[in-house]
Each structure stands twice: as structure tokens, then as C-alpha cells.
Design a protein around this ligand. Structure first.
Ligand SMILES: [Fe+2]
Ligand SMILES: [Fe+2]
Length: 261
């Protein structure tokens, strides 16, 4: 099922980025990030401030972070390559640069926490992770479907709200480096959600029949996340996840998905 935007004037990058603006914005973000990072005590950077139990359990979370970002670099590159018009391609290309930085931050967390690389992928492939969703997105080649599923639904859900929960949770357990990293990516993720939101709105205004296709993509995507919510521990995360997504989706005419959780 493919949908397309006929009236291209309906889509404008809400961040109005140009290469020059993007580079300036990231230079400021980088300065802020490096200052926050420099303030982290050496023992915290060496993961000596967290308990052994925290590290054992955090491997799953680290894998969810790292492989989501790694997946993002791949699917957004596909989205850029197949973009149906230049304004959208530009948004994808800036996002590609963002996701590459996020990926490197998450790789460093694994390395500093001393977790051997052979343990990373098995943690990601275990039940209860976001692996199933991202593997699905990696099989797609249609730019609009990728952006609706990954940026609008998944980032819209996992965006600002859950990164704040993750940052606070990590900090409370002595993992200051993860907390700084989570807070550093929030503004980028917010921008990825914003342009996807503008795209979805444009598609619905362009042809109201597009709403049903987007609804189906939402249902498919959320269904692939259901297993992450199982087990009770992530209940709070799941509630926040759905709440952030519905906050942007329902005003556009989408309906909550019926999910077996
Ligand atoms: Fe990211
Ligand atoms: Fe992103």
C-alpha cells in the first residue's frame, strides 16, 4: 500500500533548516553536550558509581538504545535515497547525521560500561525488545511508510517523554553518562517527530483516504511494540509511550489501536 503527496506545497520543513543552519545548530548542541559531559566525575564515566545488578539489567536497555539508533541510520538512509521530493529528502539527510551521532553515543556507553560486544546483539534479539519493530522497518523501502512508522509512530511515542524517564532513571542509579546522552538527543528526536507530523497532516489534507492507510501503519507498528510492554516492569514506560503518541495522533483524526495489553 503506497500513498503519496500530490500537492507538494503542503509540506515545508518545520525547522526551516539549511545546511548552514543545521551545522550552526549542531555546533551549539555539541558545545552544550561537551560541557555537560566534562562535568561528569571520572568514576561515573568508568561506571564505578553503579551497582553490578544495575549493569546486568541495563544491558537490555543499552541494546534497545544502541540498535534503535543503528537501525535508524539504515532506514533513514533508505528514506532519503527514495524520497519523492527534495524538501523531504533534506529532512531525512539531516536526520541521518543526527542518528549517526546518537549511535556513537550509545556505542560509547556499552564500551565504558565494559560490556563485551558479543553480548550486545543477543540482548537485542531477546524477547521483549524493540527488535521486531525495527527489523520490520528495515525491510521497507517506501519513504512515506518509513517516516510514518518510524518517525511519526515510534519516535512520536518514544520521543521526549520516554527519554526523560530513561534519563531520570539512569541518573537515579548513578549512570550519569546515559542520562546526559538521553537528554542530548531529545531535541533532535523532537525535530524528527515534527517533520513527520507535518508530513502526516499534509497527506491527510491532500487526500482524506490516506487516513485509513496511516491508521493501518499505526496499528501494525504499535502491535510490534506490544511485547516490550509485557512483563509488568515496563508498564510505566508503555503508558507514557502510548500517551505521547496519541497526543500527536488523535488530533489528526487517527484512532487508538486495539492492542492486546
Ligand atoms: Fe536517534
Ligand atoms: Fe530520531
Amino acid at each position: 500500500m503506497r500513498i503519496t503527496l500530490n500537492d507538494l506545497s503542503r509540506f515545508k520543513d518545520p525547522a526551516s533548516l539549511t545546511w548552514e543552519r543545521y551545522v550552526a545548530l549542531q555546533a551549539r548542541e555539541r558545545e552544550r553536550y561537551l560541557a555537560e559531559r566534562a562535568a561528569i566525575p571520572a568514576e561515573a564515566m568508568a561506571y564505578q558509581t553503579v551497582s553490578r545488578r544495575y549493569l546486568e539489567r541495563a544491558v537490555d536497555q543499552f541494546a534497545n538504545n544502541y540498535y534503535s539508533e543503528l537501525s535508524a541510520t539504515h532506514y533513514i538512509a533508505t528514506a532519503a535515497a527514495n524520497a519523492p521530493f527534495d524538501e523531504l529528502k533534506k529532512c531525512c539527510l539531516f536526520q541521518l547525521a543526527d542518528e549517526q551521532r546518537h549511535l556513537e553515543m550509545d556505542r560509547e556507553v556499552f564500551e565504558r560500561a565494559g560490556i563485551p560486544e558479543r553480548d550486545w546483539l543477543p540482548a537485542w534479539e531477546a524477547p521483549g525488545t524493540t527488535c521486531r519493530f525495527f527489523r520490520h522497518v528495515l525491510e521497507l523501502d517506501d519513504t512515506i511508510e518509513i517516516l510514518v512508522k518510524a518517525n511519526f509512530v515510534a519516535e512520536g511515542a518514544a520521543g521526549p517523554g520516554t527519554f526523560a524517564v530513561l534519563a531520570d532513571g539512569a541518573e537515579a542509579r548513578g549512570d550519569v553518562f546515559s542520562a546526559v546522552n538521553h537528554r542530548a538527543r531529545v531535541r533532535d528526536e523532537t525535530r524528527h517527530i515534527s517533520f513527520a507530523r507535518v508530513l502526516v497532516k499534509a497527506l491527510i489534507e491532500d487526500d482524506p483516504a490516506n487516513l485509513e492507510v496511516i491508521q493501518r501503519w499505526q496499528d501494525e507498528s504499535l502491535q510490534l511494540f506490544v511485547e516490550v510492554a509485557r512483563g509488568g516492569e515496563r508498564r510505566e514506560w508503555w503508558e507514557g509511550f502510548l500517551a505521547s503518541y496519541y497526543k500527536i495522533a488523535l488530533p489528526l483524526g487517527l484512532r487508538p489501536s486495539s492492542l492486546p495489553v
